[in-house]
Design a protein around this ligand. Structure first.
Ligand code: FMN
Length: 361
């Protein structure tokens, strides 16, 4: 298999979230519906990853021990360090949720200040928190003071291009003890449109003195990460959709940082093996029926990246039982990839942008 190479920038020092030392500066960005336990186990087994966070979880639901929510914060010994992302707007609820998570042994908590979805941001949580500097800073401070585990924040550049509040928040958060800032280089108004504003991320990196700033958005390759690091001065990079398309990305980045070179992503056969392994983890957690339904979104990414013909992908998505799942997969294996072979490098897949500017992720 060929090796790939790319010039290395001067890398910043290793990252710590407070007392929590991370072995890599390359993190998995939270993706609701995808960054569940089964996927986190997969990317951790492949290696090279620093922090992986759950999807955003309602503080309210944690405090009220909502049964479905407690499933979302299940973990596994290989899912370490274990970070949970919470959202909410009520200080007491957020503090109580942080204390519940600390008592359950969570290693760090991330506060969501980036979710653009109207249901969340419109109610004043998620990206809505970026519209209220004093109220939000005081809320975050209460959480920091209520627990011993590290608290990080993930935000966007601001609500819209006239209110680019992220650097101000980053400065204030560092003063009150937040341990790291992850910054998606778009505004709430942008949703996922346009390209990531690296100069906006740079302003956030320049606003903090010591705590790490994690640049996020549109990183799909080592070259994209190299650009993020060198043009923004950030300390780490978090990757969302790029990791769904290529779960090997963290290992590739860590290899690149160590040697300047990295090995290729998985082949059709490797991806098939990963798909089956992730599905088995889903079954462990949710049982066969629950796993089939929950795995559909994820299998779409596996099958697209395996270059499976649309008709076969569609057929697979209709599976309602494990028998149908296995039969559809057998047809896929027999057909093999379009425009590649089962053991070699596959053509890159197109990475979709969630539809609608801000209504959906
Ligand atoms: C389907 C989907 C779900 C997402 N869910 C979350 C979430 O739960 N919490 C969060 O902070 N960001 C969430 N995001 C935003 C991502 O973490 C990330 O900031 C964004 O996708 C840009 O990074 P990327 O280009 O590497 O995907 C989501 C994005 C997508 C596409």
């Amino acid at each position: 298999m060929p090796q790939f190479s790319h010039p290395q920038p001067e890398f910043p020092p290793p990252i710590s979230y407070g007392a929590l030392k991370l072995t890599s500066r390359y993190h998995l960005s939270p993706l609701a519906g995808y960054t569940n336990l089964s996927f986190r186990r997969i990317v951790r087994q492949i290696g090279g990853i620093g922090l992986a966070t759950t999807d955003l979880i309602s503080a309210d639901a944690i405090v009220h021990e909502n049964v479905k929510t407690l499933k979302l914060i299940e973990t596994h010994p290989e899912d370490r360090p274990f970070a949970v992302q919470i959202f909410g707007r009520d200080a007491k609820m957020m503090v109580d949720a942080a204390q519940v998570l600390e008592a359950r042994g969570v290693d760090s908590i991330d506060i969501n200040m980036g979710c653009p979805v109207a249901k969340i941001a419109g109610g004043g949580s998620g990206a809505g928190m970026m519209c209220n500097t004093d109220g939000t800073t005081s809320l975050v401070q209460k959480i920091v003071e209520a627990v011993k585990i590290p608290i990080s924040v993930k935000m966007r550049l601001g609500w819209d291009s006239t209110q680019l509040t992220a650097p101000t928040f980053a400065r204030e958060f560092e003063k009150i003890g937040v341990v790291a800032i992850a910054i998606h280089g778009r505004t709430r108004e942008q949703g996922f449109s346009g390209t990531v504003d690296l100069s906006g991320i740079r302003k956030v990196a320049e606003a903090t003195e010591l705590i790490p700033v994690i640049g996020n958005g549109d990183v799909r390759t080592v070259a994209d990460a190299a650009r993020m690091l060198s043009e923004t001065g950030c300390d780490g990079v978090s990757i969302g959709r790029g990791a769904l398309a290529n779960p090997w990305i963290f290992r590739q980045l860590s290899q690149w940082e160590a040697t300047g070179e990295w090995s290729p992503p998985g082949s059709f056969n490797d991806r098939l093996e990963l798909l089956l392994r992730q599905f088995s983890y889903m079954q462990e957690q949710w049982g066969p029926d629950g796993a089939i339904v929950r795995f559909r979104k994820m299998s779409h990414w596996y099958l697209k990246s395996m270059r499976v013909r649309p008709a076969l992908r569609h057929h697979f998505q209709q599976a309602k039982t494990v028998e149908e799942f296995n039969a559809a997969l057998a047809t896929i294996v027999e057909a093999g990839p379009v425009g590649g072979n089962r053991t070699g490098l596959l053509p890159d897949m197109h990475i979709p942008v969630p539809s609608g500017p801000v209504e959906r992720w």
